[in-house]
Design a protein around this ligand. Structure first.
Ligand SMILES: [Zn+2]
Length: 318
């Protein structure tokens, strides 16, 4: 279904190429080329997962620019074109992209990648969710996600589950490649599991007071679960609401009372409050990359390992 004949050699490349091709004997047999499966991922880490599993069979595009806040991606019109041509779409889900993806997806008019279609994967559907609100949700609580905390791509086990689901997704849209996707998917899952076990063991070797962290946003919950950390305070008073002086004073006294010595925040959040708290308490500020460096070819397992290494180094240093 996704094969096409290569005929460009005679028309576009000109007679010399034809002669060379004849001399090499390649034109006596029709050359079957496999058109690549077009995969779109909303976020860089999801893109890295798809690329690692799809390998040569896929072309992966990522909608969020590197370092862009996934809550507020700039909905550039060219993203509609990417979605229009896609064979498969991987989204984070849990409404992380609710502010920008739905209108793009609607404008793309591509039935293959709409929610519920075989080419659509909501990554959050396969992870074990945290912070699922018990009661009704309203905006006064801040940017609360009704289905649970959407920031699971910082956790090795969650990314491993997503990797397995991406392998299934690619097999659905490109059944001929299923054995390859299964093999590469299993290999990625194994790498992520190894990263997960290793990092958790390193943190477990630290004394409990060294495992305490303060987060800027409610985005480290899964990292906290993975590494066995304790999040003693959050600098945002409510998710998505910038810190106010009264709340910052509370965070400061919590840090002093607990001895929490590490502040975690993503690269896309303003740093001044975190820096002030770090200065007043002697804590270390760790600025985490928002996602894998997809454009530079970084793998999802290297990205997750980098996150863990940054955190563990800060927790462990004097
Ligand atoms: Zn969030």
């Amino acid at each position: 279904m996704r094969t096409r004949w290569i005929v460009r050699m005679t028309s576009a490349a000109g007679p010399m190429a034809l002669v060379c091709g004849l001399m090499a004997g390649t034109l006596f047999l029709p050359v079957l080329a496999t058109a690549k499966v077009r995969v779109v991922a909303t976020l860089p880490t999801l893109g890295s997962v798809a690329r690692e599993i799809g390998g040569e069979r896929v072309d992966v595009e990522v909608l969020a620019a590197p370092g862009e806040d996934p809550h507020f991606v700039d909905a550039r019109p060219n993203l509609i074109l990417s979605l229009n041509r896609a064979d498969a779409l991987v989204v984070n889900g849990l409404e992380l992209e609710a502010g920008w993806l739905p209108p793009l997806l609607q404008s793309a008019r591509n039935g293959k990648v709409q929610a519920g279609a075989p080419g659509f994967l909501d990554a959050s559907s396969v992870v074990s969710r945290l912070d699922v609100p018990g009661g009704p949700v309203d905006r006064a609580q801040g940017d609360i996600h009704p289905g649970g905390n959407p920031h699971f791509l910082y956790e090795a086990t969650s990314v491993a589950r997503v990797a397995a689901a991406v392998a299934d997704l690619l097999s659905r849209v490109d059944p001929a490649g299923a054995p390859i996707y299964a093999t590469r998917g299993a290999a990625l899952v194994a790498r992520l599991d190894a990263v997960g076990r290793d990092a958790a063991a390193r943190v477990a070797a630290l004394p409990a007071p060294r495992r305490q962290v303060v987060a800027y946003h409610k985005s480290v919950a899964y990292l906290v679960r993975w590494l066995g950390l304790a999040e003693v305070a959050t600098i945002e008073p409510r998710p998505g609401i910038p810190p106010d002086p009264g709340h910052v004073a509370k965070v400061l006294s919590t840090m002093k009372a607990t001895g929490a010595n590490v502040i975690l925040q993503e690269v896309y959040y303003p740093r001044s409050t975190s820096e002030t708290l770090a200065r007043l308490t002697g804590a270390r500020l760790v600025v985490l990359p928002g996602g894998a460096e997809f454009d530079k070819g970084e793998s999802a397992s290297d990205h997750v390992k980098e996150i863990a290494d940054l955190v563990i180094r800060a927790l462990g240093s004097e």
